[in-house]
Design a protein around this ligand. Structure first.
Ligand code: MGD
Ligand code: MGD
Ligand code: SF4
Ligand code: MO
Length: 867
């Protein structure tokens, strides 16, 4: 087994990984102690990468119209389709929709082809849904999209303000570093999030503000700092442009009014303000609760204003820290993958166009920004875009209003999809499918939240005829006639060109300048150690505006939308700890599939009572865009009238929990980023006539139940099922061929069936009208070694039952809630003691916040209820 140092496939923390591969793609993963982003730590998703690198579901060969073709034929078809569209309808009739999961080299080539050679800027990326408000806020304030902070600041900060970020689940390794700072140095943690997430487990203060009221809170804090004499006038006069009347606009944000606007208790708001005032080393980390809003750019600037005015920026441990989502969200911003930037942090100013065109020796250059993601898909639907190339993203699930997106995809004359996976909700609309290399196979660079460029290295063989994305794009470009400009043979060649473009005629105009890396040999590129660009930006007080000064941007809290009569709830959407986006990878992992087996709608118990919904019941979540069914989770962590659903489940995964159908296409006016976090909605009980589950060695071809979700288990599948009509026909389609044993009790609506192949259990099905169901884990365990007699199996329990383990908390060691509660009741009072007793939390640590919550529950059951 050889070991390879690479970078994690998932989030923007950008953890270094040491991967060892053995026979049959078996892969061992551990954290890279020498990588500065994680110093050896990994979260649950990184730790379990080995379970997701199999070949199941992969796209191995190019396809046209669902038929395997040669690469030559597929490339020819795409190039011809594009050339025809350009000839008949002009360059703007083409569009690329790409992704922060591409490597920098892939991204660079796609951007170059579209903006320099096709001559349109109609290339946008899923970063529009993710980071574009932060990009716009940075650009307005700093003159360039530069993240002001680094992870090293975490070790120097004495106050962490986590705004709109469920750090414990979405950036777990950053979270662990924050919690270490709190434990070791007594740093304080404030979480600003309408719901109480696991990120609050170790917080000193949680402000469950009214959704969308962050500007009021940050303006209020700035007004407070001014009154307290914390505004640094000399910094402002030397380094910041403050528009006339800026401060007048802040007068209205008194403590009382701020608390009222945010629907928070004044004492809590005051406590936050005092903490901020008392801690100059304050780090404000923000992500989607800020960005994914129809006022996302202003919200970003409200945070930045505060740090500029108090000069808490460019210094160790202080600053506004936008943390990125995808592994290469930052690299995409560097190359200019957004429709609103040209290349290498340049905008579309005429001198930039001339410069980039000269550098590329290209026949044309995009003269103006292209269509932003939401508008781009509207243009596809309206027939203005004739050919669309989608790479490394699943817009039929992840864009807002996917009904419109799907209409667009269905109507588009040419849809090309590059993906590693054969069947996705998006690729079902593809005319041409191109097989891309996946993580572990591809080679190139990514840039993380702190501007650290790291290598992703391959350690697995390429399956079938899959190719790197940069190769695929280059082949199409060559076929379109631009042979010399896309004659790349190695990703290092592309990286060097990208580095040269960043430094070309830069002369200190832009912070993004990686000129020295343009000299890397192929060998040095292969060996490249993690490198950050823009070491401590703004330390010298110089910004990248024409005047060299930063800009304060006046922002006001605009009135929030009042609740609508038909849509009285505000629907919030976000992530689960152990799943990644549309689950094309994490759902391959049995371990990652246990933490949250089903898509849940989280609701305050009082709202649920009014709606007639019990904990665990099914509910229909409805918005003007669409509806889907979820299982209800009642929690005091939700505000009244707010509901939360996860984004992960798709048509492929389930018949419920399909959040993509619900979001509306309202966007921020500056950035074009959708306001995914707030959507008017209503919830109704969904009363099935029957419900139950299937445990099976392999998946049935078709599952026609009103509600179903499929959950990967170690030796097969668990399917949750519910429906309204007679389940008879469904039962026949769910069960595999084999020896069938059945028991029915029509009077009680009970149906139980087991199918065997000799001694081996193939499937077991349990349906009931409203009676109890067997323990799912016990039934599932019978797939690995069927020890139960057929009678026990149909009864759904062993003659010698084992206790129920409860929900899985620790996915590394497979430890359930029950074992942790037992250990706590047996005297284990700390996370460490729980670790000693059960192993839980002793590997990746992602479940430590959950253990902390359980410990609190055991220590003070009644306090938890009231919290
Ligand atoms: N486990 C996991 N980790 C991931 C990902 C994943 O899919 N799974 N995806 C990665 C990607 S691409 C991204 S972009 C990041 C996202 O990382 P996060 O931004 O941390 O994740 P989200 O769950 O989308 O949203 C964060 C929080 O914003 C809160 N919020 C909603 N409305 C408001 C509001 O008005 N104000 C405030 N202050 N907060 C609000 C939500 O309640 C939610 O808890 O995660 C990355 N990491
Ligand atoms: N309602 C709601 N919607 C949201 C969000 C939300 O919070 N709420 N968050 C938004 C955000 S922040 C994001 S980032 C998006 C994410 O949404 P998507 O980008 O649509 O989600 P993924 O599942 O990551 O899709 C990645 C696809 O690329 C494929 N892939 C992986 N690696 C490669 C590769 O190397 N090459 C190629 N060609 N393909 C590859 C995968 O198989 C998968 O099909 O969702 C957005 N949508
Ligand atoms: S925090 Fe987890 S998902 Fe993110 S890069 Fe590190 S190991 Fe990967
Ligand atoms: Mo994202």
């Amino acid at each position: 087994m050889g070991s390879v140092r690479t970078t994690c496939a998932y989030c923007g923390v950008g953890c270094g990984i040491v991967a060892e591969s053995g026979v049959g793609r078996e892969t061992r993963i551990r954290g890279d102690k020498n990588h500065p982003a994680n110093l050896g730590r990994l979260c649950s998703k990184g730790t379990q990468l080995g379970e997701t690198v199999g070949l199941e579901g992969r796209l191995h060969f190019p396809e046209i119209g669902g038929r395997r073709v040669s690469w030559d034929k597929a490339i020819g078809r795409v190039a011809r389709g594009f050339a025809d569209a350009i000839a008949q309808h002009g360059a703007d009739s083409l569009a690329f929709y790409v992704s922060g999961q591409l490597l920098t080299e892939d991204y660079y080539v796609a951007n170059k082809l579209m903006k320099g050679f096709i001559g349109s800027a109609n290339i946008d990326t899923n970063s529009r849904l993710c980071m574009s408000s932060a990009v716009a806020a940075h650009t307005r304030a700093f003159g360039e999209d530069v993240v002001a902070c680094s992870y090293a600041d975490i070790d120097a900060a004495s106050l962490f303000v986590l705004v709109g970020s469920n750090t414990a689940w979405c950036h777990p390794v950053i979270y662990q570093r924050i919690i270490a700072a709190r434990a070791e140095r007594g740093a304080k943690v404030v979480v600003i999030d309408p719901r109480r997430t696991e990120t609050c487990a170790d917080a000193d203060l949680h402000l469950p503000l009214r959704p969308g009221s962050d500007i009021a809170l940050f303006n209020g804090l700035l007004a407070h700092c001014r009154a307290a004499g914390l505004v640094d006038e000399s910094y402002l006069s030397a380094h910041v442009e403050v528009p006339d009347g800026f401060w007048d606009g802040l007068d209205e944000y008194t403590l009382v009014r701020t608390a009222a606007l945010c629907d928070l208790a004044e004492v809590h708001v005051a406590a936050f303000f005092e903490l901020f005032a008392a801690n100059p080393a304050a780090l404000t980390l923000f992500s989607q609760g800020i960005n994914q809003s129809i006022r996302g750019t202003d919200q970003g600037n409200a945070i930045i204003n505060l740090h500029l005015a108090t000069a808490r920026i460019g210094k160790p441990g202080a600053g506004p820290f936008s943390i990125t989502g995808q592994p290469n969200a930052m690299g995409g911003r560097e190359v200019g993958g957004l429709a609103t930037t040209l290349a290498a942090h340049r905008d579309f100013a005429p001198e930039n166009q001339a410069e980039v065109q000269r550098f590329w020796s290209s026949p044309s250059i995009a003269a103006k920004p292209g269509l932003k993601a939401v508008d781009l898909f509207r243009a596809v639907r309206d027939g203005r875009i004739k050919a669309l190339w989608i790479m490394a993203t699943n817009p039929a699930v992840s864009l807002p209003d996917v009904t419109l997106v799907r209409e667009a995809l269905a109507a588009c004359p040419l849809v090309v999809v590059s993906d590693c996976i054969a069947d996705t909700d998006t690729s079902r609309f593809a005319h041409v499918k191109l097989p891309a290399l996946a993580w572990g196979e591809k080679d190139g660079t990514v840039t993380n939240s702190e501007r650290m460029i790291s290598r992703q290295r391959s350690f697995l063989p390429s399956p079938g005829e899959a190719r790197p994305d940069w190769w695929i794009v280059s082949q199409v470009a060559q076929k379109m006639g631009w042979r010399d400009s896309f004659a790349y043979g190695h990703p290092a060649e592309i990286f060097r060109e990208h580095a040269r473009l960043s430094t070309y005629r830069n002369e200190g105009k832009r912070c993004f300048d990686i000129g020295p890396l343009a000299a890397l040999s192929n060998r040095a590129y292969d060996d490249l150690e993690p490198q950050a660009w823009g070491e401590r930006p703004f330390a010298n007080g110089r910004y990248f505006t024409p005047s060299g000064k930063a800009r304060m941007i006046p922002v006001a809290q605009r009135p929030l939308e009042p609740a609508l009569e038909r849509w009285p709830l505000t629907l919030n959407t976000g992530r689960y700890r152990d799943h990644w986006h549309t689950m094309t990878r994490t759902a391959l992992s049995p371990r990652l599939s246990q933490h949250r087996r089903e898509p849940l709608v989280e609701l305050h118990p009082a709202d649920a009572a009014e709606l007639g919904l019990a904990d665990g019941a099914l509910a229909r979540v409805i918005t003007p865009q669409g509806e889907s069914i979820y299982r209800t989770l009642l929690t005091l962590g939700q505000r009244r009238s707010d509901a939360f659903v996860p984004i992960h489940w798709t048509d492929l995964q389930s018949g419920g929990g399909r959040t993509g159908r619900l979001a509306r296409a309202a966007v921020d006016p500056v950035s074009g980023q959708p306001g995914f976090k707030q959507c008017p909605a209503r919830i109704e009980p969904f009363a099935p006539d029957w419900h139950g589950f299937l445990v099976a060695r392999s998946l049935p071809d078709r599952i026609a139940a009103a509600y179903f979700t499929r959950i990967r288990m170690r030796h097969g599948w668990l399917l949750e099922l519910a429906g309204t009509r007679d389940p008879g026909p469904l039962v026949a389609s769910l069960l595999p061929k084999g020896e069938l044993l059945e028991s029915r009790d029509p009077a009680r609506g009970v149906l139980r069936a087991a199918v065997y192949d000799g001694e081996q259990l193939l499937a077991a099905l349990y349906l009931t009208r409203n009676g109890p169901l067997p323990d799912r884990d016990w039934v599932t365990s019978q797939l690995s070694s069927c020890q139960a007699s057929p009678i026990e199996l149909l009864a759904g329990r062993s003659a010698r039952p084992a206790p129920d383990r409860g929900a899985i908390v620790c996915s590394c060691f497979d430890v359930g809630e029950r074992a942790i509660l037992d250990a706590a009741n047996g005297g284990a009072k700390t996370i460490e003691a729980i670790g000693v007793a059960t192993c839980a939390g002793t590997n990746c640590g992602s479940c430590r916040p959950a253990i902390a919550e359980l410990l609190k529950k055991v220590a003070k059951p009644e306090a938890m209820e009231a919290a």
